[in-house]
Structure formats: structure tokens, C-alpha cells
Design a protein around this ligand. Sequence first.
Ligand code: EZ4
Ligand code: CO
Length: 402
Amino acid sequence: MKIVDARVIVTCPGRNFVTLKLVTDDGLTGVGDATLNGRELAVASYLRDHVVPALIGRDASRIEDTWNYLYKGAYWRRGPVTMTAIAAVDTALWDIKGKAAGMPVYQLLGGRSREGVTVYGHANAETVEGVLAEVARYVDLGYKAVRVQAGVPGLATTYGVSGDKMFYEPADAAVPTEAVWSTERYLAHTPGVFAQVRDEFGPNLRLLHDVHHRLTPIEAGRLGKSLEPYALTWMEDPTPAELQDSLRLIRQHTTTPIAIGEIFSGIWDCQQLITEQLIDYIRATVVHAGGITHLRRIFDLAALYQVRSGSHGATDLSPVCMSAALHLDVAIPNFGLQEYMRHTAETDAVFPHGYHFADGYLHPSEEPGLGVDIDEDLAAAFPYRPAALPVNRLEDGTLHSW
Ligand code: EZ4
Ligand code: CO
């Protein structure tokens, strides 16, 4: 089972996606997501120029060996571009292995550990009244968990608050848009929002919130403590996590659970967070953390320390990534929650897939492999458009984390 073709497909059905498609000599195909929001062409070039030539002629059944060949063979280890490219190859090889075996990939990962994958959606609005209406909409759709993001009085825009409520596309311009941020205004406003949401929806709805890397450890400790009465399932990315030690300070001050990892490239970014039990959920994803093979390794480490999965699932992760994530989610023992932002009709048409939502759960496809494909003719109708993520400045102009 030799790889005879490898195509890198860049398409923009509403937003940019990079996809790797592998073809074997016995006619099987496999797909892998290679999308790195705002840096798409760097991964496309890494694959086309540096990886594809070495894939042609390789045995498609050797997933672990190929992973190590690309990781150790690059000499330059880790980093989001490298790990996203490796993820795409790994995901496509798992897709092929499932098709060769005639089984959905979750069967190859040990079979089901649960009936469905609990997902959370994004309720967001400028005003508290708007937020309450959005939470109600998700509850009506059957969601058991909802992420809540509200506008902050005095700030023109706020992370996570979007015009189109079911999708969120922050990469909105070829050159980064500049937003203004105030930690003081945010910390003063946010606990009151959750007080009203909890009051309106009662104790059983699982509530989450994304801080998006904007606080210092002691500020995050204060926020977590002020949110304790509202029993959040998690507070996400409270600080930029390059400094894994900093989580100790947050832990000293709050029992609000913490979820981190959407920007992590691999196990070395979260090793300390997991082994010192500094987080409760690890949010690494298939596409950005080295594929199914490596994410499984991260989740297995996490299981030893009672850390559960909480994979990133924003709109910029393609249906190929979501398909792969669901096979892992349904199989691993320590699944926590899966983020689920819906894709536009154009995106769903370019990536036909067999997973589906019902009653607050996503269900992986039962087809052999991952159960997702890319319609290459349709993809070609949506050419790449440059789109960068925004930057953030404090009110005095100082650059801050976005
Ligand atoms: O900003 O995926 O939890 N979700 C998030 C996302 C990220 C985008 C960046 O590409 O934080 O909205
Ligand atoms: Co996030």
C-alpha cells in the first residue's frame, strides 16, 4: 500500500482551509486538515515543498514510523507549522487505515467508550439580555453545555462576540484589525453576566467561558474566584501559557476548573500542566497537535493525572479535523467536552461528512475511515483570500495578547 499521490488543497468556502489528500496504489484515499488560521500558506508550502516529495512511494500503513520520520527527520522539532503539517499526514494515514480495515477509525482506537460526544456551543451577544436569548437558543437546540461571551461596556468590540451568531470568523482582514482591550472593564463586568445566566438557567446547564489568554495569573485567580458561585465547567486560557509555572498561582486562588491548550503544538507544551495537575481539561486538537497519533499520546498522559480532554473545535478547524476529533472523543477513557462551532453551508458542501448532531451530542461517522472527504472541484471554486487574526491594544496603545 504505497502512497502514489499527495495533493495540498487550499480553499476558501467562507473561510480558508488547507487539506492534504493522499492516494495509494490500491486506490484508497485519505484526508487530513492542515489549516493554521492566518498562517495557512506557510503550512501549504511546508507540505508541498518539504513533505510531499518524501511521502511518494512510502508505505501508507506505517503511521507511527511516518510520524517519527517527519518529526525527527525535520531536525527542527515542534512549532505550529511543523506540527500542523505532520498532523495532516497522520490524519490522512488513519483515514486510509480505517478504509483498508473496513472500520471507522474509532474502532481502531479501541472502540466506543460512550454513546455520544457531548459538545458545547457559543452563546454570545453585546448585552446581557442578548446573551440570555442566545443561551436559550442553544438550550432549545438541545445543547447540554454552552460557552458564554458578552460584550464589555466601554469596549467597541470583544473577543467571542460576533455578528453572525452561529459562526465566528475573527480573521477578518488581510492585515490584522486592531481592537482595544481593558482588563479592568472586563473583570468588573464578567461575574455579573454569569450571575444572571446561572439565575435564569438553573444549576444543570454546563457553562464555560474563554478568557483568551488576556490576564496575568493573579488577575485570573481573581476572576476564577469571583466566578465560583456560578459553578463553571471551565475557565479557558486564563493566561498565555508559555509560562506553565504561572498556573500554580492561579490554582492557589480558585477552584474554578481550567482548560488550556488550543494553541499547543504537542505534548511538550502541556507536560508540566498535566503532570502537576495545573489544568483540568487539555484543549489540544488533532490538526494543531500532531494528528491522531500524537493527540492520543497527550490524552493518555492526561488520563494518568485525571485531566480530561476538551478539544478545540472552532470554525477554523475544518470538518476533516472535526471528523478525526470525534473518533478520538468517542474512544478515549478521559473525554471531557468537545467544542462545536458550526460550519457554513458552503464549507459543509466542500467537505461532505458523516458526523451529525443530535440532542446535544455529536456522533462520529460509521463509514470506514474518518467518514469525511473534500470535493476538489467545488473547493477550486473558492480561491484563497488572505485573512489575518486581529491584534489587541490596551487603551493607552500598548500591545496586548488577543
Ligand atoms: O480564537 O480558533 O475557543 N476558541 C477560540 C477560537 C480561536 C480561533 C483562532 O483561530 O479561542 O475562537
Ligand atoms: Co479558546
